[in-house]
Design a protein around this ligand. Structure first.
Ligand code: NAD
Length: 260
C-alpha cells in the first residue's frame, strides 16, 4: 500500500511537531521527498528534522523556515521547495492553530487577523503559489496531484467557547476546497480535507488534566487520538492509486467524537 509515494515531492506546512511531524515521518518512511516547515529552525525543529531524516533516503528531507501568516513567506516557501526538488506532487496545508480564545464581544481586528492569517491565509497562499507546479506534476505523471488541508471537527460543529474564529477559519478552509475542485479538476489536481477530532498534541497544552478527561469522555473511543493515527489518512489522499477518483471530500478522523 502507498507504493506510489516513492519519490513523490511532498511539501508539508507546520510539520515540526504534532500531526504534521507524524505525517512527515510516514511519508519519509514510504520513500517520499519531504520538506518540513515551521516558523524557524528552533532546537525542537532541529530535533524533528533529525528524526525524519533517520527514516528517509539521503538528501530527501529538508527544512524550510517560513512564517505562513505572511503571504510573502508562503511564496518563499514554495519557491524554496521547488528550487530543491524541481516541482511539487503533493501539498499538505497543515500549519494552523487556535491563536488564542476570545468571546465575540472582545474580538478586535488584531485577533481576527491573527486567527485568519494562521489558518486561512496560510493555506490559501501556499496553495495559490503551488498550483502551477501541481498542474505540471499531474500533466507529467499522467495521474493526479494532491492538495490535502488539515481542517477540524470545529469547522463542522462551531468550536469550543472562545474559539469561534478558529472554527470559522476551518469551516472556511473546508468550503474553499469545494470551490477549488470546480476550478482545478480539469488540471487533475485533487483537494481533500482531513478533519481531526481531538488529537494529543501541543494544541491542547493549555488544558488541565481534568478538562482533558472531560473532553475524552465525549469521544466514542474514550480517549484523545494520536498524531500517528492521523498520518495514514494523509497518505491515502496523497496516493493516486488509493484515491485518484476522490476529490472535494472531508475525512473525519475523530474516534467517533462527532459523526456528521
Ligand atoms: P501543533 O501545535 O503540535 O503543531 C502545529 C505546527 O504548525 C507546528 O509544526 C508549528 O511549528 C507550525 N506552525 C504554527 N504556526 C506557524 C506559522 N505561522 N508558520 C508556519 N508554521 C507554523 O498542533 P497540531 O495539533 O499538530 O496541529 C496541526 C493542525 O491540526 C493545525 O492546523 C490544527 O488546527 C489542526 N487540528 C488539530 C487538532 C488537535 O486536536 N490537535 C484538532 C483539529 C485540527
Amino acid at each position: 500500500m502507498f507504493g506510489d509515494l516513492v519519490g513523490k515531492r511532498v511539501l508539508i506546512t507546520g510539520s515540526t511537531a504534532g500531526i504534521g511531524l507524524a505525517v512527515a515521518k510516514l511519508f519519509a518512511h514510504k520513500g517520499a521527498k519531504v520538506a518540513l516547515n515551521g516558523r524557524t529552525l528552533s532546537p525542537a525543529a532541529e530535533s524533528a528534522l533529525k528524526e525524519v531524516r533517520e527514516l528517509a533516503n539521503e538528501g530527501d528531507v529538508i527544512f524550510i523556515p517560513a512564517d505562513l501568516t505572511q503571504s510573502s513567506e508562503c511564496e518563499k516557501l514554495v519557491n524554496s521547495f521547488v528550487a530543491e526538488f524541481g516541482g511539487i506532487d503533493v501539498l499538505i496545508n497543515n500549519a494552523g492553530g487556535l491563536g488564542g480564545r476570545s468571546s465575540l464581544e472582545d474580538i478586535d481586528d488584531e485577533f481576527y487577523d491573527k486567527v485568519m492569517d494562521l489558518n486561512a491565509r496560510s493555506a490559501l497562499m501556499v496553495t495559490r503559489y503551488s498550483i502551477p507546479y501541481l498542474r505540471s506534476s499531474a500533466a507529467e505523471s499522467g495521474t493526479t496531484a494532491s492538495v490535502i488541508s488539515t481542517g477540524s471537527i470545529a469547522g463542522r460543529e462551531g468550536g469550543g467557547l472562545g474559539a469561534s474564529l478558529y472554527a470559522a477559519s476551518k469551516a472556511w478552509l473546508h468550503n474553499v476546497h469545494r470551490n477549488w475542485v470546480k476550478e482545478y479538476t480539469k488540471d487533475n489536481i485533487r483537494f481533500n480535507i482531513i478533519a481531526p477530532g481531538t488529537i494529543d498534541t501541543d494544541f491542547h497544552a493549555d488544558k488541565s488534566d481534568e478538562l482533558k478527561e472531560k473532553i475524552a469522555s465525549t469521544i466514542a473511543f474514550g480517549r484523545f487520538g494520536l498524531s500517528e493515527e492521523m498520518a495514514p489518512s494523509f497518505a491515502f489522499f496523497a496516493s493516486h492509486n488509493c484515491s485518484g477518483y476522490i476529490t472535494g471530500q472531508i475525512l473525519d478522523v475523530n474516534g467517533g467524537q462527532m459523526c456528521p
